[in-house]
Design a protein. Structure first.
Lengths: 222, 81
């Protein structure tokens, strides 16, 4: 089971994402933004960071990187695809997920351990959780406020496509405290907080994040 | 040489925290005229010769695809003398 981790110029969390994938029992494969080749991977992670310096809009330029053409095609064909933080922004810019991530409502860059509630365990990346499960993983972003129009919000809520919500106060002004969403098929997931930084208690606040990466193993075995 | 200007603004219903911050900083400096402030982006694109309708149409396409995100933003394209 091979999980590709894309590195764009300015990506920060590719190593932790690869480590998380390895820890979960999959084989991590590095993918370079400028290669239009997925090297035969079964799933892809777009990790966090500041790809292309966040110039123009977060994720706006990465979305047109050569590797993304293949990633988008594969995701439309059902390949599991997880976008974390900047990766979530790329997925929205690529229109694989609806909505957009905008500047945190209080303008501060946030970096803290954040409690989330899992609200959908029917996706490729959340099947190892139970609905209602509370987890704690790091949240670190400047532009993590999930925004969309009312019709899109109603659609996401109506179809159960919100996969995780912030518990407690709303850290960044996201509509309905949305921390993560999925596409209609459940193979593409975007998440603002960072599960790859919480896969063991030696390096993270908890090991709660690991289940995202073990979930995809189940999705690929199916 | 002509200059094509693309102005990009967040849609009115999208929260603009930067505009809000500017709006609350103005009165602290004694400027009390602003009911609200919205912050946007301006792109200045230089082209050889006069801007043709075909070029403007291309710029429109580029704005739709790259310069603006139609999910949260609107844009206008014009030629500046």
């Amino acid at each position: 089971m091979k999980v590709g981790v894309v590195t764009f110029p300015g990506t920060l969390d590719d190593r932790d994402a690869a480590r998380a994938a390895t820890h979960a029992g999959t084989t991590a494969v590095s993918l370079w933004h400028n290669d239009a080749d997925l090297k035969g991977v079964d799933a892809v992670i777009l990790p966090g960071g500041f790809s292309y310096g966040d110039y123009l809009r977060c994720g706006a330029i990465s979305r047109f990187a050569p590797v993304m053409e293949k990633v988008i095609d594969a995701a439309n064909g059902g390949m599991p695809l997880l976008g974390i933080c900047n990766g979530f922004q790329v997925l929205c810019e690529a229109h694989l997920l609806p909505g957009a991530l905008t500047r945190n409502h209080e303008l501060h860059f946030l970096c803290r351990d954040q409690q989330l509630e899992i609200t959908n365990n029917q996706t490729a990346w959340t099947s190892a959780f139970t609905v209602g499960q509370k987890i704690v993983i790091p949240l670190k972003n400047g532009e993590g406020s999930f925004q969309c129009d009312d019709a899109t919000l109603a659609m996401l809520e109506g179809e159960g496509r919100v996969i995780a919500r912030y518990v407690g106060d709303n850290p960044n002004g996201s509509r309905n405290k949305i921390a993560g969403i999925t596409n209609e098929r459940g193979n593409v997931v975007g998440l603002m907080p960072h599960p790859e930084h919480a896969i063991d208690t030696l390096t993270g606040p908890t090991a709660d994040g690991l289940a995202f990466f073990t979930s995809v193993l189940t999705a690929m075995v199916k | 040489m002509a200059k094509i200007v693309v102005d990009v603004m967040l849609k009115p219903e999208i929260l603009d925290p930067q505009g809000v911050a500017v709006s609350s900083a103005l009165p602290r400096l004694g400027f009390n005229f602003a009911k609200s402030v919205r912050q946007g982006k301006r792109f200045e694109i230089e082209v050889e010769g006069d801007a043709t309708p075909a070029q403007l149409a291309e710029v429109e396409k580029a704005a739709e695809k790259l310069l603006a995100n139609p999910v949260i933003e609107t844009f206008t394209v014009r030629v500046e003398k």
